[in-house]
Design a protein around this ligand. Structure first.
Ligand code: COA
Length: 337
């Protein structure tokens, strides 16, 4: 007979304990990006709702921004770094393929926590919240730090009309820990790999380097996107996912206080809100206007802004939904800490 292996169980429920953010110092208005892409402030605002974004300076690395956002999240959770026993970093713009930036972040924060990166592009933070909730409830970790961080400017071609005005840099972090009552609803997540090519790194590293017979491009493999199909997919398919997340959590539209969708484009946010028939009392995150699309950092940055500006209050019920390259998506209801 096989030896009996001991099993652990965790907390009855999980919740978000605190949220932190880091926004790079440099504010980049539309006026500063239009020349390279032959565009205008009016076009960008009309098509995307973006007025400005933040671009990281040389000192504002993925690690630096993550540590700053995390310190705030840990402090706001009433914890010390030593209390964190797992660090999950969602990012697509950490330029070292290995090791994970999460281990360096954990070290700088002062913990020997389990630490690893996940790659789910713009939806990575919501994937991370789901993992964290499961870890806490299964007993794999007690306090999980989930970070969404991007230095998109490292992987952008600033002369590409389809992407240069959209993306920005920044970091958001949340601590997930034990709770006596449910504070994170069931995740609704999935992927549509048939649309793998719609948003992606233009070429892989082998193509950049090349071979003796066929020289590589030698230039940074930047992000390319087919904006229009992504726009249509996000505006329609994602509203259904949001509604499913509410249903799974047993929440009606009347119970919902706050909607924090991925900050891709103001028109997508409005289309989703209409499609989901969100009542007027639901406060909607609109961080994209000042922050651009910060990929994995967008949901925590938007949530943090709402919390600090009083639009999301402790105890509020919030729907988070994020989607992007893959295509991949994840949504869940949380209680605002
Ligand atoms: N500045 C000015 N004009 C531009 C432009 C730019 N940066 N980019 C494209 N155009 C022009 C096109 O040439 C086209 O001109 P035409 O009508 O004379 O042919 C016109 O604007 C419309 O182009 P189109 O690509 O259809 O625009 P759009 O309405 O789809 O808006 C996006 C473009 C990128 C704003 C939009 O598709 C979008 O936001 N997509 C989702 C992107 C996103 O959020 N991705 C991340 C998801 S995680």
């Amino acid at each position: 007979m096989a030896a009996q292996i001991a099993s652990v169980t965790g907390a009855p429920h999980a919740r978000v304990l605190g949220v932190g953010a880091y926004r790079p110092e440099r504010i980049v208005p539309n006026a500063d990006v239009i020349e390279a892409i032959d565009s205008s402030d009016e076009w960008i605002q009309q098509r995307s709702g973006i007025k400005s974004r933040r671009w990281a300076g040389p000192e504002e690395s993925v690690q630096m921004m993550s540590v700053a956002a995390s310190r705030l999240a840990i402090e706001r959770s009433g914890l010390d770094a030593a209390d964190i026993d797992c660090v999950v970093v969602a990012t697509v713009s950490h330029l070292l393929q290995t090791p994970a930036v999460a281990t360096a972040i954990a070290h700088e924060l002062g913990t020997h926590a389990a630490a690893f990166d996940i790659s789910a592009a713009c939806s990575g933070f919501c994937h991370g919240i789901s993992l964290a909730s499961d870890f806490v409830r299964a007993g794999s970790a007690r306090h999980v730090l989930v970070i969404g961080v991007e230095r998109m400017t490292d992987i952008l071609d600033l002369s590409d009309r389809g992407t240069a005005f959209i993306f920005g840099d920044g970091a958001g972090a949340a601590v997930v820990g034990p709770s006596d009552t449910p504070g994170i609803g069931p995740v609704v997540w999935g992927s549509d790999g048939e649309q793998f090519d719609l948003i992606r790194q233009r070429e892989d590293w082998r193509d950049v380097v090349g071979t003796a017979d066929s020289p590589g491009s030698g230039v940074m493999p930047h992000l390319v996107m087919e904006g229009n199909p992504v726009f249509r997919w996000a505006s329609f398919a994602m509203a259904k996912i949001g509604t499913q997340a509410l249903d799974k959590a047993g929440i009606t539209l009347d119970d919902l206080d706050v909607f924090v969708p991925h900050q891709a484009n103001m028109r997508i946010i409005d289309a989703m809100a209409r499609s989901m028939k969100l009542p007027a009392h639901v406060r909607i995150a609109r961080d994209v206007a000042e922050q651009g699309n910060t990929s994995a950092a967008s949901v925590p940055l938007a949530l943090e802004r709402m919390m600090t500006e009083g639009d999301a209050r402790s105890g509020d019920t919030a729907l988070l939904i994020a989607f992007g390259a893959g295509l991949s998506y994840a949504a869940q209801v949380i209680t605002v800490p």
